[in-house]
Write a protein that binds this ligand. Structure first.
Ligand SMILES: *Cc1c(COP(=O)(O)O)cnc(C)c1O
Length: 545
């Protein structure tokens, strides 16, 4: 079906741009474009097909022998892929950091692919390289606010980098810790530095048992990947307990000292500027003091929360971020840029030189090739999307978006608190909150019972929350995610909660009310709910079970 000729003539046509606006390729383009617009106006999930059924469509491991007509393949994609995609643009999709994009990114995406510039070296990205450097400069300025002369000197300098643009927060965190590692275990008399000699030699040269990174238990799993990839080892990620959701400076200091006394070197403290699970911000200013006292690098992972810096009203919540040696920000989270836009910013534009690489045919010494200090090689021009967004919204436009998200989260938190059968678990610091459905009578009982009974009751509520979350997702009208965490009210026990990230400016208060109403209805229809409320006293039932 739709099989095309195997001829160079046919393949040449595939490579050629449409000749006129009524040509076959132009029609296909219009058809795809109409279809995606149609898709984006639908529910979160349009077709209720099971994952297993979808897998059937993608199960043939053989490369097809013959070429297929583009038109015919486009239909396949619409049918098998687009129709079963999740509509992250829906105003009732409030479960993840991936959300709706402003429409202008669709035509810009075409420009990006159309130009296909490679940022690894200047020969394939003549104008994109300066643009990317400016974007890094703008984000650096937003965080560190150095004097103009600093940017005049470093922004386009071949010997400096204000940051590294990359595909996302994970690579940004790895990059930042890579720089920190190469700096801490750098060259000294008799030792060529970890970058050349490797970790075993570095540990011998510096006489250390281990090198570690500290963060709270809410640290993103990319930190665990980072210490693994950098050869430090996952066991050396010191993730401290955080019942209040944030890293306590005194505990960080004590743990750091203990670690150092055992013959180890502390590489970095990572403060989180908006945790992925609850949106809490570590006390960055105090943690900067701790890092200073311990003599280690201070990294702030603001992959999600960094965009709060655009808001004059709320940027103080990240106070202390300007003291970080490095900061991670994802433009594809609260900056409404398509995925593939992460950044690591460095306070000191010299620091990236610790990872600088040179090669013969590219990345020549003295060149402005961005690939010399980035972990990734070939990279597309995603910085253009950030550049365009920064201009199209401006700081004040972003400020409005950030402010309204935070205020909407507060409104939603109020709605949850007022509802007798819902329990707000972590109130929003930024635009992220967690809560759960739990019958009023059970909430009351939880406050009175002993630890054992409380834990047993919470386990029953967990089951209810999981069921409601799954059923709501399957119903396809709205999407709220779920996670497990130690809540302030229930220490020493993880509970299952709904997690909401408010990002889409088109999400209304009515949407939020409808999501709660749906969850309430779904909960009341479960046998779990009946079991929880029907027993004479949840206390006796729970203590029996
Ligand atoms: C999302 C996130 C990351 C990872 O970013 P990716 O772009 O998914 O690689 C890291 N840290 C935090 C705090 C995040 O929210």
């Amino acid at each position: 079906m739709g099989e095309a000729q195997v001829s160079l003539q046919h393949l040449f046509r595939v490579f050629t741009k449409p000749e006129h606006k009524d040509s076959k390729l132009a029609q296909i383009e219009q058809h795809l474009s109409d279809n995606i617009l149609d898709f984006l106006s639908q529910h979160v999930v349009t077709k209720k097909t099971s994952l297993e059924e979808i897998e059937q469509d993608f199960s043939d491991p053989k490369v097809p022998e013959s070429p297929e007509f583009v038109s015919s393949h486009a239909e396949t994609l619409l049918d098998k892929l687009v129709a079963h995609s999740v509509n992250t643009y829906s105003p009732t999709f409030i479960g993840h950091m991936t959300s709706a994009l402003p429409y202008f990114h669709l035509p810009l995406a075409k420009l990006l692919v159309g130009l296909n510039q490679n940022l690894v070296k200047i020969e394939t990205s003549k104008a994109f390289t300066p643009l990317e450097r400016q974007v890094l400069g703008m984000m650096h300025n937003l965080i560190y606010d150095r004097p103009d002369s600093y940017y005049t000197e470093h922004l386009h300098s071949a010997r400096h980098a204000l940051g590294a643009f990359c595909s996302g927060g994970t690579v940004a965190n790895i990059t930042a810790l890579w720089v920190a590692r190469n700096k801490m275990l750098g060259p000294k008399p008799g030792f060529a530095g970890v970058a050349r000699a490797g970790l075993p030699a570095a540990y011998r040269a510096y006489d250390v048992n281990n090198v570690g990174v500290m963060c709270s238990k809410r640290g993103h799993y990319s930190l665990s990947k980072s210490v693994d990839a950098l050869g430090i080892g996952r066991d050396q990620l010191l993730a401290l307990p955080c019942p209040e959701q944030t890293l306590r400076p005194e505990e960080a200091l004590a743990a750091g000292k203990r670690y150092q006394e055992q013959g180890n070197k502390l590489l970095a403290i990572v403060g989180i500027g908006g945790t992925t699970e609850t949106g809490h911000v570590d006390p960055l200013d105090e943690l900067a003091d701790v890092a200073k006292e311990l003599g280690c690098w201070f990294h702030v992972d603001a992959a999600w929360g960094g965009a709060t810096l655009f808001s004059k009203r709320y940027r103080h919540r990240l106070q202390g971020i300007e003291r970080a040696d490095s900061v991670t920000i994802d433009a594809h989270k609260q900056m409404y840029v398509p995925m593939g836009a992460g950044m690591a910013l460095f306070k000191d534009a010299e620091d990236a030189n610790t990872v600088r690489h040179h090669a013969q045919y590219i990345l020549r010494e003295g060149s402005k090739d961005l690939g010399a200090t980035t972990l990734e090689g070939s990279r597309n021009g995603m910085a253009m999307m950030v550049y365009a967004s920064l201009h199209i919204f401006g700081r004040r436009g972003y400020e409005l978006l950030i402010d309204q998200s935070i205020e909407k989260a507060r409104t939603f938190a109020d709605m949850i608190s007022r509802h007798p059968d819902f329990e707000l678990v972590t109130s929003p610091r930024l635009s992220l909150l967690t809560y759960r459905v739990c019958p009023d009578s059970v909430q009351e009982a939880l406050g009175k019972v002993d630890k054992h009974t409380r834990e047993a009751l919470n386990e029953k509520v967990d089951k209810l929350v999981v069921k409601v979350q799954k059923q709501q997702r399957e119903a396809g009208k709205s999407f709220v995610s779920r996670t497990r965490l130690e809540a302030p009210d229930y220490p020493d026990q993880s509970i299952t909660v709904f997690r909401v990230v408010l990002a889409n400016p088109l999400t209304t208060h009515n949407d939020l009310a409808a999501i709660l109403a749906e969850q309430h209805l779904l909960a009341k229809q479960t046998s779990d709910w009946q079991a929880l409320v029907n027993q004479d006293s949840p206390l006796t039932e729970a203590s029996r079970g």
